[in-house]
Design a protein around this ligand. Structure first.
Ligand SMILES: CC(C)(COP(=O)(O)OP(=O)(O)OC[C@H]1O[C@@H](n2cnc3c(N)ncnc32)[C@H](O)[C@@H]1OP(=O)(O)O)[C@@H](O)C(=O)NCCC(=O)NCCS
Length: 176
């Protein structure tokens, strides 16, 4: 029997806060994330999933309840393209269904082509495009946001994506 390359377990704030803070600093500009015109601490709710490879962190997803929906507040995998992001998203979808919610939203940015692909291939739809929202956040609530993002693309706009679990086959890549 082959061993799985990674395992997914619930995030535990007491156990995981220190490395998760460093992880978010290195990959997503910190645990304080700006979106929808405000900054949130994505670890504050203490909710999420951790992927481990050989006992070491290899992925982190955080989420929070938002009225009758759930915000996927951060997601990063390292290494990438090995199925870790998909496994973490599947864990979230199961948790959301178990909590009797059906609506997940996530905000990403115009430069993040990998994330836009990843989410749309897994059933998310574009809910809203906020032109200039990242520029405004940089000027007001989070000056540390870089001017240039992934692929050398100017970092300017927010894309909000939504997954309605009642409509979509959850979290599996869409095949052509
Ligand atoms: C977005 C992100 C979390 C996706 O995580 P990931 O672990 O790379 O995702 P997966 O490996 O599950 O899927 C990515 C692709 O790799 C492919 N893949 C999966 N296993 C693979 C393997 N063994 N070999 C090669 N490719 C593989 C998948 O088919 C998938 O492609 P698809 O989208 O066309 O289906 C990751 O790109 C990341 O950490 N980005 C930086 C942080 C970030 O921007 N986060 C989003 C903020 S909103």
């Amino acid at each position: 029997m082959t061993r799985p390359k990674h395992v997914v377990r619930p995030f535990d704030l007491d156990r995981d806060e220190r490395w998760a803070t460093d992880w978010l600093d290195e990959r997503l500009g910190g645990r304080r994330q700006a979106r929808r015109g405000e900054v949130i601490d994505v670890l504050a709710a203490g909710l999420g999933f951790v992927a481990e490879r050989r006992g070491e962190p290899a992925g982190l997803l955080t989420y929070r309840f938002d009225e009758d929906a759930v915000e996927l507040s951060s997601l990063a995998a390292d290494p990438r393209h090995g199925g870790i992001g998909s496994a973490l998203l599947e864990a979230l979808v199961s948790a959301v269904a178990a909590a009797d919610r059906h609506w997940i939203w996530v905000v990403t940015t115009n430069d993040n082509l990998d994330a836009l692909r990843f989410y749309q291939r897994r059933g998310f739809r574009i809910g809203e495009v906020r032109v200039g929202a990242v520029d405004r956040a940089r000027l007001s609530i989070k000056p540390s946001i870089a001017g240039i993002g992934s692929y050398g693309i100017p970092l300017r706009d927010e894309f909000e994506l939504v997954l309605d679990l009642r409509l979509e086959e959850p979290a599996k890549p869409v095949t052509a």
